[in-house]
Design a protein around this ligand. Structure first.
Ligand code: SAM
Ligand code: SF4
Ligand code: F3S
Length: 447
């Protein structure tokens, strides 16, 4: 414990997607309520938690590696509580405790609310504790949240996923889709608006299937319209959308809502129809192109980003080339690219025609090279334009400058008076780089 504080301190390392980042915000708030303080470094913490991911094997390995490193620390300090929470804990369950017997807590997904009780149990000598989720749990709603920014924030609108793409472990560890009721969502967003938040990012594995599990009167487009009507909210974002369920009506609706930002993260996964079918994605490349065309027709400035997998079982060189072609044709603004990683329990892990690791690596490298060129080219297209930027704070690279994001989700760096943090500003873009944009504020209306 530090000399300056008598509080116990926690350290949380978060892996994985925005869902996990959002869960960590809940864990931090729960721990704050227990009178814990955030430790500046892992060394000072008496509670260390890993909020884990298992979407690919390298996500598992990172956590196993970290836990290995902590064995000695735990041996020297028996009071240290070491816990793993989230998707990998949910996947590995008991195996975790067999492999790392010095871990005190293995907590599945959606169990953040149990932490105060479980930490007490461990303190009273009842550890190690293993507690996994069962799908009926709805404990995740109504917990406090410690938000990372006072300007923009995440709001989960649904949990879990029903799609069972053949490569993906998420439905197994996060359960079936459960949409939050619009009343509870609107209450939360209204409160955020009152607290001065300007930008809300709606989170879900498939935001556009929001409401499917609530009834026919609930839909994502209705939810967007409700949020759009809130006075104090300036911007609405959402991730991730599933191309299969992105109806043309939804595009039209979004085009009509002024606060919904012009950014669509639409994971394509592969440019080849046979692979898409084996992945069980439910659309063809042609369907995807039609959707992008509709988006660009109605919302010409739209930025389209994607996820792509190379080396899915059976992927031939020709099929991989189709993914490269798709990248060039669609002209993605950005992509997250992955080598296929077999996940035990998923259908594709049992497919016999697995692609050798070396081939996956080569393909990933080629795709990344193409993507790097494209990102820079796309960013350079912004030079000379005027973009609306929500000013988020000092730039990390240069604290004398400010940073924010365009409506199309590009990071922008510019000079400006710190008083404009939290406001929308017009920025004249002077340069485009692989990391984002640089420019000057042209209408600094200091509040
Ligand atoms: N729900 C989102 C969707 O349907 O597109 C994505 C969720 S997943 C957490 C994020 C990305 O991880 C996926 O879009 C996919 O590209 C990638 N991914 C998932 N499972 C994978 C696997 N077994 N190997 C490689 N990449 C994988
Ligand atoms: Fe995974 Fe597919 Fe669900 Fe996305 S839609 S989380 S890729 S199963
Ligand atoms: Fe990973 Fe779980 Fe997200 S597996 S990608 S942290 S939903």
């Amino acid at each position: 414990m530090s000399a300056l504080t008598l509080k116990e301190q926690y350290y949380i390392q978060t892996y994985g997607c925005q869902m996990n980042v959002s869960d960590t915000e809940v864990i931090e708030a729960v721990l704050d309520q227990m009178n814990f303080a955030k430790a500046p470094t892992i060394e000072e913490a008496s509670l260390i938690l890993f909020n884990t991911c298992c979407v690919r094997e390298n996500a598992d390995l990172k956590v196993y590696g970290k836990l290995g490193e902590l064995k000695e620390k735990k041996r020297k300090n028996r009071d240290l509580i070491l816990g793993v929470v989230g998707c990998l804990s949910q996947k590995d369950g008991k195996k975790f405790l067999e492999r790392f017997p010095y871990v005190d807590l293995v907590l599945g997904t959606y169990k953040q609310g149990r932490l105060p009780y479980l930490i007490q149990e461990i303190r009273s000598g009842k550890g190690p504790i293993l507690e996994l989720s069962n799908r009926k749990d709805r404990e995740e709603e109504g917990l406090p949240v410690k938000r990372r920014s006072e300007i923009f924030t995440f709001v989960p609108i649904s949990y879990g996923c029903d799609q069972f793409c053949t490569f993906c472990i998420v439905p197994f560890v996060r359960g079936k889709q459960r949409s939050r009721h619009p009343k509870s969502l609107m209450r939360e967003i209204q409160n955020l608006a009152e607290d001065g938040f300007k930008e809300i990012t709606l989170l879900g594995q498939n935001v556009n299937t929001y409401g499917f599990d609530l009834g026919p009167e609930y839909s994502f487009s209705e939810l967007l319209a409700l949020i759009n009507s809130l006075d104090k909210i300036d911007r609405i974002r959402f991730i991730t959308s599933h191309p299969k369920y992105f109806s043309l009506e939804l595009v039209e609706k979004i085009a009509s809502l002024d606060k919904v930002c012009e950014h669509f993260h639409l994971p394509l996964q592969s440019g080849d129809d046979e692979i898409l079918k084996k992945m069980r994605r439910g659309y063809t490349y042609e369907d995807y192109k039609k959707l992008v065309c509709k988006i660009r027709t109605l919302i010409p400035s739209a930025s389209i980003t994607t996820d792509l997998i190379v080396g899915f079982p059976g992927e031939t060189e020709e099929q991989f080339q189709k993914t490269l072609t798709a990248y060039r044709e669609i002209q993605f603004d950005q992509a997250f690219m992955f080598a296929y990683s077999p996940r035990e329990g998923t259908k594709a892990a049992k497919f016999e025609d697995q692609v050798p690791e070396s081939v996956k690596k080569e393909r990933l490298q080629l795709l990344i090279e193409l993507s790097n060129q494209m990102v820079e080219k796309k960013n350079k297209e912004y030079v000379g334009s005027i973009q609306e930027v929500l000013v988020e704070g000092p730039s990390k690279k240069n604290i004398n400058r400010l940073t924010g994001r365009t409506r199309t989700n590009r990071i922008s760096v510019f000079d400006g008076n710190p008083k404009i943090i939290g406001t929308l500003q017009k920025v004249h873009i002077k340069n485009g780089y692989s990391w984002g944009l640089e420019g000057n504020v042209i209408s600094s209306s200091i509040p």
